[in-house]
Design a protein around this ligand. Sequence first.
Ligand code: ZN
Length: 345
Amino acid sequence: MSYVGPEFDPSQPPPRRGLGRPLTVMVAALVPTCLAGWLVYQSTSGPDGGEAARSLPSSPSASAERTTPSEAGPPSPSASGEGKDGDKDGKGDKGDKKGGGGKGDDNDSSTKPSVPDPAPDGPLKGKVVVVDPGHNPGNFQHATEINRKVDIGTNHKECDTTGTSTNDGYTEAKFTLDVARKLRTLLLQQGATVKFTQDGDRPWGPCVDERARIGNEARADAVVSIHADGSGAGNRGYHVILPAKVKGGAADTSAIVAPSKELGERIAGAFVSATGSAPSNYVGGGTGLDTRSDLGGLNLSTVPKVFIECGNMRDAKDAALLKSGEWRQKAAQGISNGIGGFLRG
Ligand code: ZN
């Protein structure tokens, strides 16, 4: 069977790093499941993602915790926090549901849902999963706090960033919280113990070092940090970020590089199947995987951990998906399937 994924698209920029093994592994993982999804994607997406990607800096992706204009800057005048998701009374009171056409339908992140107990006999019974919803809807109002530098072992970085948003103001922070909560429901149904780094229950943050510490102290079997990217229009698709091998100060990822890679490969493969999205056309050379050494949330982790950038909020086609509650449910399903596959071995 030949694979027609984007790594063979001649319009794509050359991969920037370490293509060999991840590509081999990912092709093996994706061939059985992603062909149909990829064909759907091809039918709705032009091969025009290369230009903007070429204008990116040669360093790794403009995403996650890195402070870039697209990720850390104010998302848009209309996106400054709660109440900007199209609901009329603005504050997302309990039970309000947006009708069609709202920004990020049913994306209310201001009401903390009640959380059931894990299913007593599920296949993930006894497993601990920490879910890290990237950023915090309140970060926009707490610039001083989140700009404070924290020690990530190899460097010092901002405590946290605001995250990005769609062009019409659906914030990454709301997106991450919604996907995280959907994911929690799925994991609890399988019997896992689930902990969050934040659940819309604190005014800002936590800082990236604390996010890592929460996973470590929980002795998590797996940690996933959920994000959406803020790259250029035309850049599309998801990618999973794996920890590089780093050592410095409190950072030492040598024990988690291998299991995190396996976790990330599982999530990437399952994400394709569940969503039909293609691997990123601008990061990772078509593998859907990227490895980074600059993220405190990964560098300080002592347990298997990955980030996922579910799509690009600044691309109109990706944004339409990210704003769909139905699509976010599929995204959560894909991440859950990947975690489940990793934990069951
Ligand atoms: Zn992010």
